[in-house]
Design a protein. Structure first.
Length: 358
């Protein structure tokens, strides 16, 4: 049984996939398997997978019809047999010492959930590891800050214990195109802390993973009609996670998370309302009337958070959200002026400063 199973969903990454797989071959920790799931890729990605599998038996390839990244990751997990599970995106790059550092810290901090930093340029990755890893420990009370620092919701900056994943039925949501990886991570965090109530987070202060921002085929670059509905589902999940499972005690952190959610939904509704310009039907009005949207707005009103989208969202105005969305995209400076005018008017009306939108 390998110590670590690496799962990679593969789709339209023929040019960038070799760079990713070479960075796995360069790992200083050798006890791994890599399960590549070719998700019906129409380019030569499947052939790249076959070539690496023929050269090194630690690479395994599964060819399947295209069903999306979530199902591809689940198929990879079903066919993995390592003690630890690690997800990699097919266009990204690992530092040579990533697995070694993660496992070393996990052995040092048995009850800690180990996380690490990342970068968006491969030349920023460390070629060698320092003798003593720089690590910051954070408690469960820091979940709000860790979330806003983007430490919690990526699957590629943490290891997952395979038995804990399978015993708790943690999987990527088959009916989500966006945010399923975040729900996977947060479900795992809940399972980890249920088993280890006194656990904490150990954050390695080194960029061990390079997240590619130049792949036009990346999910983050593609728009699918499910975007707005998935974001609404995700925000509702976050309200439960931070309101019930891991309550954020720090008021500033709590309000920052809510501001982030409110902006996400305002932007998503604006994008959805703009879809008829692309010849597609919009469901913006339907999402605005959704009880989950009402819940988010009520919580944000109670916490006195503000962004420009708050007004049109409360008025169920898809046209208002679309106007702000276009302004934010096409004239960011004018959007910022509108933001700060509304921010200070909101402060005068409530007597309390809202968190600043980041």
């Amino acid at each position: 049984m390998p110590l670590v199973s690496i799962v990679i969903p593969v789709y339209k990454a023929e040019d960038l996939l070799p760079r990713c797989l070479d960075s796995i071959l360069a790992q200083t920790m050798l006890d791994w398997e890599c399960v590549m799931v070719d998700d019906g890729s129409p380019d030569g990605s499947g052939a790249v997978c076959d070539r690496y599998a023929a050269q090194d038996s630690r690479f395994k390839v599964i060819h399947k019809v295209n069903e999306g990244g979530s199902i591809a990751r689940n198929v990879g997990v079903e066919n993995a047999c390592g003690k630890w599970l690690y997800f990699v995106d097919n266009d990204d790059v690992l530092a040579p010492g990533l697995l070694e550092a993660a496992l070393k810290q996990q052995e040092t901090s048995l009850d800690s959930m180990v996380l690490w930093n990342w970068c968006d340029r491969a030349d920023q990755l460390p070629r060698t590891l320092p003798e003593a890893l720089p690590v910051q420990h954070c408690t469960a009370k820091d979940v709000g800050k860790l979330y806003m620092d983007a430490r919690l919701y990526y699957v590629w900056n943490k290891l997952f214990r395979m038995d804990l994943v399978k015993q708790n039925g943690i999987a990527h949501k088959k009916d989500m195109d966006y945010g399923d990886d975040m729900i996977f991570c947060l479900d795992y965090i809940k399972a980890w802390f249920r088993e280890k109530p006194n656990a904490d987070f150990a954050v390695i202060q080194l960029p061990l993973y390079c997240y590619s921002v130049d792949n036009v085929n990346s999910m983050t670059r593609r728009y699918l009609p499910s975007y707005c509905g998935d974001e609404l589902r995700l925000c509702d999940y976050l309200l439960d996670f931070f309101g019930r499972d891991f309550p954020i005690e720090d008021k500033t952190d709590r309000r920052r998370v809510l501001t982030h959610c409110l902006h996400t939904m305002g932007w998503a509704i604006g994008l959805e309302a703009n879809r008829p310009a692309n010849g597609e039907a919009s469901h913006a009005e339907q999402y605005l009337a959704d009880p989950r949207m009402t819940r988010l707005l009520n919580v944000c009103r109670n916490e006195k958070v503000y962004i420009p989208y708050a007004g049109p969202l409360r008025k169920c105005s898809a046209a208002g959200c679309r106007k702000l969305y276009l302004l934010e995209q096409q004239n960011p400076r004018q959007y910022q002026r509108r933001y700060w005018l509304g921010y200070w008017l909101h402060t005068l009306a409530t007597g309390q400063k809202a968190p600043v939108q980041l």
